[in-house]
Design a protein around this ligand. Structure first.
Ligand SMILES: Cc1cc2nc3c(=O)[nH]c(=O)nc-3n(C[C@H](O)[C@H](O)[C@H](O)COP(=O)(O)OP(=O)(O)OC[C@H]3O[C@@H](n4cnc5c(N)ncnc54)[C@H](O)[C@@H]3O)c2cc1C
Length: 319
């Protein structure tokens, strides 16, 4: 089996998902190739080939910033040439924009936001959550040509180094990057904080924090843990925190190892975005709050008493 994974970079720095897709490919076995598109591919190609994969590196000024049209056209020409059986990309903001376009360009079948891949005989099955993570179902390719899969971040741990792969520096065909839309600028969303969708730990707050100024308690705890901050829609709508922190149906889907839900009731629209977290800790003064139905650990009490004590203890332990 030939598997093509798609690396994701920003400012020539690889996102973790670039390594997670390789691990997902490895769970199937076979020959693994990775496509890398960037302004400068030298460093990132080396990091990827250290995972033992064959890297096709496309360096071009137009590829500096994510561009779904250019990326999809380049990948289509690579897929036509290399004929992979499976193509694994990311279900990130960027991957979601590009993978559907790529599958359509290649007239292939696609399974999105998958959390596991298995091999049943010769057929690849992709496992994906639906209905807010309440059910999981498997999807198989019933068309000729490659099976396109986008992988949910953090569903696989990062791949470890497996010796040295091969790097193929590709010439970029100008017709493939002659795109209709141009990236004219970029506004950074995270402002230096830990990236919410890639974080191992998320500390999220809801309306229970009562006022905007109390969000600094959440930021302090997150900083102590090296965690990202998250929020329920209630406090985004209230204007206490920016939308980019929102977790849930109309916000981000996160999949960290540890998720703190602080003063969050656990409405289904919030759970959709975080219920696949490995461990969930809820702090809520209402013992009947629905968040406790999915929490691994629950603390019933006033967050204004618990949070300062918890942060102080964490500071002590972390130092
Ligand atoms: C179409 C649609 C899409 C939506 N999308 C999203 C989404 O993406 N993300 C999202 O989060 N929501 C979303 N919502 C909103 C969702 O339904 C809930 O209204 C929202 O999640 C509630 O936020 P909350 O838990 O912060 O607030 P509340 O439901 O008001 O809960 C506050 C909690 O804080 C607890 N609390 C209060 N004081 C304290 C204290 N001192 N100590 C400890 N606990 C305390 C309370 O017991 C309560 O459980 C959506 C709704 C709709 C209709």
């Amino acid at each position: 089996m030939k598997i093509l994974t798609i690396a994701e970079q920003k400012d020539n720095q690889l996102a973790n998902i670039s390594f997670e897709t390789i691990l997902a490919a490895r769970s199937l076995g076979g020959d693994i190739m990775t496509a890398l598109m960037a302004g400068d591919t030298a460093a990132a190609a080396g990091q990827l080939s250290a995972k033992g994969v064959k890297v096709f590196a496309f360096a071009h000024d137009t590829l500096k910033d994510f561009h779904d049209e250019a990326y999809a056209q380049i990948l289509k020409s690579l897929i036509d040439r290399e004929q992979p059986d499976v193509v694994i990309g990311s279900a990130t903001f960027y991957g979601k924009a590009m993978m559907g376009r790529l599958a359509a360009l290649c007239d292939g079948a696609m399974a999105s936001d998958c959390t596991a891949l298995t091999l049943d005989g010769d057929a690849v099955s992709a496992l994906r959550p639906a209905y807010g993570g309440n059910v999981f179902y498997t999807v198989q390719n019933n068309r000729p040509g490659p099976f396109f899969v986008s992988l949910r971040p953090k569903a696989f741990l990062e791949a470890t180094d497996e010796g040295s792969g091969e790097i193929v520096d590709e010439n970029v065909d100008d017709t493939l990057v002659a795109v209709k839309a141009k990236v004219t600028g970029r506004v950074s969303e995270t402002g230096g904080r830990v990236n919410l969708t890639e974080a191992d730990i998320v500390v999220a707050a809801g309306r229970g924090i009562r006022a905007e100024e109390n969000f600094k308690m959440i930021e302090e705890m997150a900083e102590t843990l090296g965690a990202a901050v998250g929020a329920s829609r209630a406090i985004v709508d209230a204007g206490w925190v920016p939308y980019l922190y929102q977790v849930g149906q109309t916000g981000k889907t996160v999949n960290p190892k540890l998720y703190f839900a602080i003063g969050i009731s656990g409405a289904v629209q919030h759970l959709v975005g975080m219920r696949s977290s490995k461990t969930i800790v809820a702090i809520n003064r209402d013992k009947d709050a629905p968040i406790f139905n999915i929490a691994n650990y629950g603390v019933v009490g006033d967050l204004f008493e618990i949070l300062p004590a918890l942060t102080a203890k964490l500071k002590e332990v972390m130092n």
